[in-house]
Ligand binder design. Structure first.
Ligand code: GTR
Length: 326
């Protein structure tokens, strides 16, 4: 049992810490994510903020704007570059055009499975892409999972690319996704993330493609009842910070923030594995039909565009180094 003296000492230490905190105003960092509050990327960001606050004794805090409260991912990237937003979590698809080094992560049928993708992100490929962000005022704090993307639609089970003919399928604003869905024979329609649900509901589009988690949390499965396991891309997520905001921190806090960000990765991965499986179970329980596809046919249709991207020596080198990890 602690003595009276120890209790008194502890109390004084707490008061001193509180007084020190009151003197140093907390730096509140703004973070954005388009996903809803309980999506794994948002939960990881919340963990990141809480850990940061605890380990800096309140000097650094995170104000998290989820559910796209601060707008589209493409705008968030620019605002982060200029320091108007401190941290943003976005998908590689949105980064493909402005940061070509990210293309390898979105290209079709590059990774064998999730473990393969994680090895690439944790290794040289991840580091090389991070250097590209640095050149344009962004610091890559972490890579997060996004699972594999499948095609879903309101009309029918898609077994071969032929079944996509005549279907308007939403893609994120990325040339890779446009070309890929066109190569599959679909009418590829780029739309911002926040507009997909109503576009499905009003029949502006016939379908979209995304991971299980997004299919579930956006409730798109309530309108699109057919999901076909094309597993055409892993396109992971990036957690990016404004170089300007990071540089403005004291060196010790900077190092701590980078460390907490890298510790958020195993937290996110564990969460992802659990939630991705639960999302699939949930949508199937709601009557969604899932089907296997003629994966060889989809791969064959994707092959020419993959080959075209591999003509770039840098993309080719990254591709080869990823294949060696497989
Ligand atoms: C999700 C991703 C989002 C967003 C979305 C999309 O998988 O997590 O950040 O990019 O896809 O397709 O727009």
């Amino acid at each position: 049992m602690p003595t009276r003296r120890a209790l008194l000492g502890g109390g004084i230490a707490l008061c001193v810490a509180a007084a020190a905190r009151a003197q140093t105003p907390a730096r509140v960092l703004t973070a954005t994510d388009v996903h809803v509050s309980d999506y794994p990327t948002v939960e990881a960001l919340r963990w990141f903020g809480e850990t940061l606050e605890r380990e800096t004794a309140g000097r650094l805090r995170l104000r998290l704007y989820h559910s796209g409260q601060l707008g589209r991912e493409s705008d968030a990237i620019d605002m982060t570059r200029f320091g108007a937003i401190d941290i943003t979590r976005v998908n590689m698809a949105i980064l493909n055009n402005p940061f070509p080094a990210t293309q390898i992560l979105s290209l079709p049928y590059v990774f064998k499975d999730t473990a393969h993708m994680r090895r690439a992100l944790d290794g040289d490929v991840g580091r090389e892409i991070a250097r590209d962000f640095e050149r344009r005022d962004l610091v890559c704090l972490a890579y997060y999972d996004s699972g594999t993307r499948n095609i879903y639609n309101t009309h029918r089970a898609v077994v071969s690319p032929h079944d996509l003919h005549g279907l308007k399928i939403r893609v994120p604003p990325s040339d890779i996704f446009m070309q890929l869905l066109r190569a599959f024979g679909a009418n590829a329609t780029p739309l911002p993330y926040g507009e997909v649900f109503s576009a499905l509901q009003t029949h502006l589009i016939d379908g979209a493609e995304n991971n299980w988690q997004t299919f579930q949390t956006t409730r798109q499965f309530e309108v699109a009842h057919f999901i076909s396991r094309t597993e055409h891309s892993y396109s992971p997520e990036a957690l990016l910070m404004s170089r300007r905001s990071l540089d403005a921190l004291a060196p010790g806090d900077r190092a701590l923030l980078l460390d907490v960000a890298s510790r958020s990765v195993p937290y996110m991965r564990a969460l992802w594995d659990r939630k991705e499986a639960a999302a699939r179970t949930d949508v199937l329980a709601h009557g969604v039909t899932e089907n296997e596809v003629d994966i060889a046919a989809f791969r064959a249709d994707a092959a020419p565009m993959l080959a075209q991207y591999l003509q770039d020596p840098r993309v080719d080198a990254m591709y080869k180094s990823i294949q060696m990890l497989g």
